[in-house]
Design a binder for this molecule. Sequence first.
Ligand code: NDP
Length: 293
Amino acid sequence: MAETRILSGNVVSDAVYTALESRIQFLKESSVVPGLAAVIVGENPASQVYVRNKTRKFSELQLHSETIKLPHETTQAVLLDRIVALNNDPLYHGILVQLPLPDHINRALIIDSIAVHKDVDGFHPENLGRLTAGRPRYVPCTPKGIMRILQHYDIDPSGKHAVVLGRSNIVGRPMSILLSQKQKFSNATTTICHSRTADLRALAKQADILIAALGVPEFVDQSFIKEGVTIIDVGINRVDDGSEKGYKLVGDVAFEAVQGIAGSITPVPGGVGPMTIAMLVENTVEAAENSLG
Ligand code: NDP
């Protein structure tokens, strides 16, 4: 049985931070410290962890970041006012609003209110439109990070069949666009699957590159894959494990079940997660550079 290669997001993200050092230094010499404002509404425990992990990296790199924590009851009008203030605050080059938002807040309206040149998550429809047109401004962090993992390990999507499981605006859809672009290190033939897809398993089995972004713990097992496939496991799911913490993190792929069949796979944790953060830092550095003109 051939060994499945581990594609480490920790290794690739370290290379990203090393490459960013001179850019950050140049900005600081120009009296610009890249700054991120992270807005979080409510007490969703997973969201609190994500925002903490993102802002921790900014501190480690001596970049500026602030977390704006608002209570669950915050009205849409108050949230909009905060975003408008951040849009106009030169301390912040990037703004992220952690999702999900409480049900009483219109998520599309909030995303639309973020200034496009500060939308370092790349979720604004103008930025998603630019990506689709092949003229990206900020590429959503998770799919951008996945492309970097593929590049780092020299897994060229060109001519391959990439199957993306999930069609969210955050992961699945931009992923399918990046993989099928007419440019170097892209050019895959792409299939995108979702909850209405007929016989998803048969389609997944055709994949040379399989991206699992469903949010269903260990959904993809050995029956979904062909030998040698590259698997990118985007899922981050909390499952009860009876431990003191009460849960463990698992991906959308049954990691052990695909060992020896898959050619390579990103682990959870330590795969896509660290790359999402690295790309957020990179996008914020880019936004700070853009602010210099
Ligand atoms: P969403 O819930 O927004 O989208 C999930 C997608 O999967 C939808 O398109 C949905 O279909 C599809 N889907 C769900 N269940 C099934 C099923 N049983 N069969 C077929 N399709 C299904 O999730 P996100 O895209 O935001 O996130 C996906 C996963 O990635 C989550 O686990 C999330 O935590 C993780 N994530 C990880 C990140 C990282 O940095 N590693 C960053 C962002 C997300 P339909 O559209 O029809 O409803």
